[in-house]
Ligand binder design. Structure first.
Ligand code: SAM
Ligand code: SF4
Ligand code: SF4
Length: 339
């Protein structure tokens, strides 16, 4: 694709990655994302007709690809709760210019879908797992679900060849920081990359406090004290995770330090909500409606001009500006936006 098609924002950042949220529903209630007391039995999730269908998502993906997007990540909510997800993967696989399609999932439904996802063209998965201790994990996921079904999901993904597989562990002080070393020990030497994620002030319902964040440098120091680490170069410009390699050759870990060491300068990610809004930052209060023009019959050229305009005006760098006052600003929820 011609390079001049590649749109840039006000800070010179390209539009390389698109994260697509396919549902705002989830079968877990992780306290840092969808606290059970807020997302209770009476919570009103998006009605079906409000959510983009697969053809609509694929149409938008084609427009993003024409603007320079190369990587897609399917997320939610829990994306595997969306019916026939492999069908969407197949449609996205056919979009010219897209060379990588990943999925972030809590893993519970992977034993059912891993093989079909792979056959449809999914490249790889990231599975979220915050602890190996059933009690800690059950408390954190708000549903008392143990680790066994997630571990089964990981096995199913490996068997299906959805690799390289990554594991996301959100580290929250006082909840699972005691698990940092145990998780490193469990996954080193397996070919799976464990990524520690600093607890972020996404949304407004999780009661985020800076004191609950375990800084990436503390995480790295703790792992390093047990298994010496060496810093590794990013795999590609704009990679969000800092990479650290085990000096004994047993693989690597990643740390996503979006609170203590920000990376807005390289942020090439756009987000599409299940409702069809374009968000240009994880911490944005509102998105840009793409669904209305899409459903009103906008042409591909019109949609492209719309998205291009939004991206060209983009000036987001929330994490760089974060301070004691920004945590309370209106922001979309993680389960809505998809992380
Ligand atoms: N349900 C899927 C899952 O959990 O993998 C996909 C959606 S989830 C919103 C995407 C990722 O965001 C997960 O790895 C989750 O741990 C992470 N996440 C959610 N809330 C977070 C927060 N407040 N801070 C840091 N990461 C968070
Ligand atoms: Fe669900 Fe994922 Fe949010 Fe946990 S992090 S509540 S699994 S969407
Ligand atoms: Fe990108 Fe916004 Fe995160 Fe900065 S705060 S890295 S602009 S999503």
């Amino acid at each position: 694709m011609a390079d001049e098609a590649h749109v840039k924002d006000t800070l010179g950042r390209h539009l390389r990655d698109l994260r697509i949220s396919v549902t705002d529903r989830c079968n877990l209630r992780c306290g840092y994302c969808m606290p059970a007391d807020v997302f209770g039995p009476d919570h009103a999730f998006l009605p079906r007709k409000e959510i983009l269908d697969y053809e609509e998502i694929a149409r938008l993906a084609r427009v993003f690809a024409a603007l320079g997007t190369r990587k897609l990540r399917i997320t939610g909510g829990e994306p595997l709760l969306r019916r026939d997800l492999p069908e969407l993967i197949g449609l996205l696989r056919a979009v010219p210019g897209i060379d990588d399609i990943a999925l972030t999932t809590n893993g519970l439904l992977l034993p059912t879908f891993a093989r079909a996802l792979k056959q449809a063209g999914l490249s790889r998965v990231t599975v979220s797992l915050d602890s190996l201790d059933d009690k800690v994990f059950g408390r954190m996921n708000g549903k008392g679900v143990g680790t066994a079904p997630v571990l089964k999901g990981i096995d199913a993904a490996l068997e299906a060849g959805l690799t390289p597989l990554k594991i996301n562990m959100v580290v929250k002080r006082g909840e699972n920081d005691t698990e940092i070393e145990a998780m490193a020990q469990r996954w080193r030497g397996t070919g799976i990359v464990l990524r520690y994620i600093e607890y972020m002030d996404v949304g407004t319902t999780n009661g985020w406090r800076l004191d609950d964040v375990v800084p990436a440098r503390e995480i790295v120091a703790r792992v390093h004290a047990r298994w010496p680490l060496e810093s590794a170069d990013p795999n590609y410009p704009g990679e969000v995770a800092g990479r650290w390699r085990y000096a004994d050759g047993q693989g690597e870990i990643g740390v996503i330090s979006s609170v203590t060491n920000t990376f807005c300068g390289d942020c090439t990610r756009a987000r599409l909500s299940a409702r069809g809004e374009l968000f240009t930052c994880l911490f944005a209060g509102a998105g840009h409606d793409l669904k209305s023009p899409l459903r009103a019959g906008a042409s591909e050229a019109e949609l492209r001009a719309l998205i291009e305009g939004v991206w060209q005006r983009r000036a987001d760098r929330y994490s760089e500006l974060r301070n004691a006052n920004t945590a309370g600003l209106p922001k979309a929820e993680m389960s809505y936006l998809g992380g």
